[in-house]
Design a protein around this ligand. Structure first.
Ligand SMILES: [Zn+2]
Ligand SMILES: [Zn+2]
Length: 388
């Protein structure tokens, strides 16, 4: 018996558009276009960030231009270069961060000893998000200063390429950040003993909620400032050991898409169970495919209430394709109480679409277009800015 279907309150027929073979043919473009979407969002975010920085930041930059006899007309270019330099330094630190984690698990005693430097950082803020004040000094010497040194080395290495002005601005920024960190007694926003961890709003950048998840599940969420590393290597969604149920059309065995997604999740270490209405409170991830939006919204709301007392955010992955689906998704997208992932897939989507969806989800994507790449990319902006 198919438990998934049997326990559902009359799953309505999905009102999705019919499969369009031409759109499915475009599916391989999903990956390069996902990268393009990331780059585009990154550029917009950078522009907003630079435009909203306080005036004194421009005055300081002008001062640096004066000292190094730069060209004042190139001020915006220096700002962009300096911004990108910080992002690259961060990315390289994230690579080091990842390698330190692997070293800590190595068989070689020497590598383990090097990896232990970073383990100290995780002991300082442990997996229950408790801060161990007695380790604060050790955290500063084993983690904070080496991270600072990595940024400084990368910045200096960029000097021959970018010239002194962007490098000087970046170094000044790093020093001011470090000084503020020590003035605050060795505290920063990413390391807080949060009693409850909220879902990060959809963004390409790391906030306190995102980094907290790295401390709770240290084998995922390695990124420290921008999410580039996790997006590139697939560490942006933790499912290992978490209970996942597939409801609606995604029910295990109900269609190639659901079956493949269940297989991929199980392979990633998730505990995949058939959907049972009474067990919502025990779930960590609820996957919903198809169904009318009223049914879907009601199910998500019940799941949210059943898990409202949780310390760490649960996830909802909704799969659909029609206009009603977009409107319902817009309601949940960006909700701070759960990670909502909006998977746009045509009806009749098969195993390939499930693989594309999992590829993007594990990279932290919240809008997951697997219908047709180019259209999917445009669809994001429509979904984000025009859907009511
Ligand atoms: Zn940390
Ligand atoms: Zn770590």
């Amino acid at each position: 018996m198919n438990t998934a279907a049997a326990t559902l309150p009359e799953t309505p027929e999905p009102a999705r558009a019919g499969a369009n073979p031409a759109r499915l043919l475009l599916a391989p473009l999903t990956y390069p276009l996902a990268a393009a979407a990331f780059a585009l969002q990154f550029t917009v975010w950078m522009a907003l960030r630079l435009l909203s920085q306080p005036e004194y930041a421009w005055v300081v930059l002008a001062g640096i231009v004066y000292v190094f006899r730069g060209n004042y007309w190139l001020l915006p270019l220096y700002a962009v270069e300096s911004f990108l330099l910080v992002q690259v330094a961060t990315f390289l630190f994230d690579v080091v961060h990842f390698v330190l984690h692997r070293m800590a698990e190595s068989r070689s005693r020497l590598l383990r000893a090097i990896g232990a430097m970073h383990t100290m950082h995780h002991r300082f803020l442990d997996e229950e998000l408790r801060i161990h004040d007695e380790l604060r000094g050790a955290n500063n010497t084993h983690h904070v200063l080496p991270e600072f040194a990595t940024h400084v080395i990368v910045s200096l290495a960029a000097w021959p390429l970018l010239g002194p002005i962007p490098v000087a601005r970046t170094l000044l920024l790093e020093v001011v950040t470090l000084a503020r960190f020590f003035r605050a007694g060795g505290n920063d926003a990413n390391h807080v003993a949060h009693p409850v961890v909220r879902a990060t709003r959809p963004t390409l950048f790391v906030d306190t909620w995102y980094h907290s998840l790295h401390h709770v599940w240290p084998s995922e969420y390695y990124s420290s400032i921008n999410a580039g590393f996790d997006r590139m290597f697939g560490y942006g969604c933790h499912v290992r050991g978490r209970r996942v149920a597939l409801a609606g059309d995604a029910g295990v065995g109900a269609g190639a898409f659901g079956a493949e997604l269940a297989r991929l999740l199980a392979r990633a270490g998730a505990v995949v169970t058939p959907f049972a209405d009474g067990e919502l409170r025990d779930l960590d991830v609820l996957v919903i495919a198809g169904g009318a939006s009223a049914w879907r919204d009601e199910l998500i709301e019940r799941f949210r209430l059943a898990t409202a007392g949780r310390r760490f955010p649960v996830e909802v992955w909704a799969i659909g394709g029609d206009r009603e689906f977009a409107a319902s998704g817009r309601r949940w997208y960006g909700d701070e109480r759960l990670y909502y992932r909006h998977v746009v897939a045509p009806s009749g989507a098969g195993a390939g679409a499930a693989r594309a969806a999992w590829f993007l989800i594990r990279r932290g994507f919240r809008y997951v277009p697997v219908d047709a790449a180019g259209l999917g990319l445009l669809g994001f902006f429509k979904f984000r800015f025009w859907t009511r």
